[in-house]
Write a new protein. Structure first.
Length: 239
């Protein structure tokens, strides 16, 4: 299912100079904010949870997921170069699966790693805050990558729609509106983080079992449907 050639081309597209600068901007900002907060407020568990939950998990991770997920395939569809890829003797689900793996890896590196660093800066991983939010970033990276990869296969405006979802639904409604919280990848990943940290500093509106089922279901269904859409695109081109 995993194709090294497709992976290499996708890594090259995602980690080009311009896109790498964009991917690195938010993690760098998180580190700068963490250093400033630690210098001004000292090591405080609640402050660490607020920064990691309010900025890292609610904003940084979904935006990086948008960039990596849509960028793994969207530009190829937009400029028509996907035709050359589809002309190769590769199964379409294998192409999607490979691009998903690459998108997940890039999202994890640019979100989970700086989250861990920021957590250590903020409170030295007191009460497992840094580890808990890092695990949440890892888990949500998978679901976000699958969702935004799917979006990249079905819309030419995937980046715009993805940013609207990330900034409006996840960062705003997913944090403030009770009903929306249960349909938020952020809340699902927080349920996992709550299990890691324990206590009341990391909380979620969704139970761990429900969150796990939804994370797996969204990832599998989004990946499967993206493969179907790519297959239909191939058939349309052949016709």
């Amino acid at each position: 299912m995993y194709d090294p050639t497709v992976a290499r081309l996708t890594y090259r597209a995602l980690l080009g100079r311009r896109r790498a600068l964009i991917l690195g901007a938010l993690p760098l900002l998180l580190i700068v904010i963490s250093v400033a907060v630690r210098a001004l407020a000292g090591a405080d568990d609640q402050t660490a949870a607020d920064v990691l939950g309010g900025f890292a998990l609610a904003t940084m991770v979904p935006i990086i997921g948008v960039i990596a997920g849509t960028g793994a395939i969207g530009p190829e569809i937009d400029d028509g170069s996907v035709v050359y890829l589809l002309s190769k003797p590769l199964k379409r689900p294998a192409i999607i699966f490979t691009k998903l793996i690459v998108a997940v890896a890039v999202t994890m590196v640019f979100s989970a790693v700086p989250t861990m660093i920021a957590g250590l800066i903020l409170n030295g991983n007191g009460q497992q805050i840094a580890v808990a939010y890092t695990v949440a970033a890892l888990v949500s990276s998978i679901a976000y990558s699958a969702l935004f990869l799917l979006l990249g296969t079905v819309s030419r405006h995937a980046v715009v729609f993805g940013l609207v979802y990330a900034l409006v639904w996840e960062a705003l409604f997913g944090s403030l509106v009770p009903g929306a919280r249960t349909l938020s990848v952020q809340q699902w990943s927080l349920a996992v983080a709550h299990k890691v940290a324990g206590g009341d500093l990391v909380t979620s509106e969704v139970g761990l079992t429900t969150a796990t089922v939804l994370l797996v279901a969204v990832t599998v269904l989004a990946t499967w449907y993206a493969g179907q859409k790519l297959r239909s695109l191939t058939l349309a081109g052949e016709e």
